[in-house]
Design a protein around this ligand. Structure first.
Ligand SMILES: O=C(O)CCC(=O)C(=O)O
Length: 259
């Protein structure tokens, strides 16, 4: 089975939900035109890192910007995933949601590793769940930006059967080589398709580096952006996951008696 992925590598306007939604509406229309099955958006695409206003800039699941994504998914007949500020009572989370091509929410994931370097831990709650989910293209999982530095999360997903791991991000230019290296490592070590969308542009503190990618289970980069905004597309062979895992059975060969 082939999956056509579109990566919406966009610049964001800090705290301006309407402007960012307008950009995403255009990107979703373009993703439909290129025949994408799945559109991936960056982390916190609605607001960027304006965390001191997280409460007022957030929405409960299913409302506000979450509802707008559901509408776009159904309108353009494609699945959409990206993260937004989610309000649940007094707490706010950095939450990635996957909507299917009918606009139904299939999964939500609250970022589990909050990055102190960007004050996330001061303003947001940490997710307490890391589960895989079923999609039209098979078992998949989600991680958000800083989560990429924690291989245990990805191994958990792979052992649970996920063959596709999707990562929305706001990764700064200054550490972009970590991003590129770790993404390939997560794909190779877990024999998984890794789909990662990073923003571009800048905010008060950082320049963001783009280099959104789709990587196959052998670590081949199927498409990679530069540091400019744009829509990137790739078609990925999902059968390659089972083939790689059969050919080189590293999960079987782990020494769980030692570690
Ligand atoms: O780990 C990094 O270097 C960047 C992570 C990050 O920017 C984030 O989680 O938002």
């Amino acid at each position: 089975m082939q999956l056509t992925v579109a990566l919406g590598q966009i610049a964001l306007v800090l705290g301006d939900r309407e402007a960012n939604l307008a950009t995403v509406r255009q990107i979703a229309a373009r993703a439909e035109m290129v025949g994408a099955d799945l559109l991936v958006l960056p982390e916190l695409w609605g607001t960027g890192y304006m965390l001191e206003q997280a409460h007022t800039l957030s929405d409960p699941l299913g409302k506000g910007l979450f509802e707008e994504v559901a509408i776009l998914a159904a309108r353009h007949h494609l699945a959409i995933i990206g993260s937004l500020l989610e309000r649940d009572g007094k707490q706010v989370y950095n939450t990635a949601t996957l909507y299917d091509a009918q606009g139904k929410r299939l999964h939500s994931y609250r970022k589990t590793h909050l990055i102190g370097l960007m004050q996330e831990d001061q303003y947001l709650g940490a997710g307490q769940q890391a589960e895989i989910f079923d999609t039209a293209w098979g078992k998949s999982a989600c991680a958000i930006c800083y989560d990429l530095r924690f291989p245990e999360l990805f191994r958990r997903y792979a052992l649970a059967g996920a063959g596709v791991i999707i990562i929305p991000a706001e990764w700064p230019t200054v550490r972009i080589e970590h991003w590129r290296t770790l993404l390939r490592a997560r794909a190779i070590e877990n024999q998984a398709v890794v789909i990662a969308c990073n923003r571009v542009g800048s905010d008060r503190a950082n320049q963001f580096g783009g280099h959104s990618v789709v990587i196959d289970p052998w670590g081949n980069v199927l498409v990679e952006g530069d540091d400019q905004s744009g829509l990137l597309t790739a078609s990925v062979d999902l059968d390659s996951v089972a083939k790689a895992r059969d050919f080189l059975p590293v999960f079987r060969d782990r020494r769980v008696d030692l570690y």
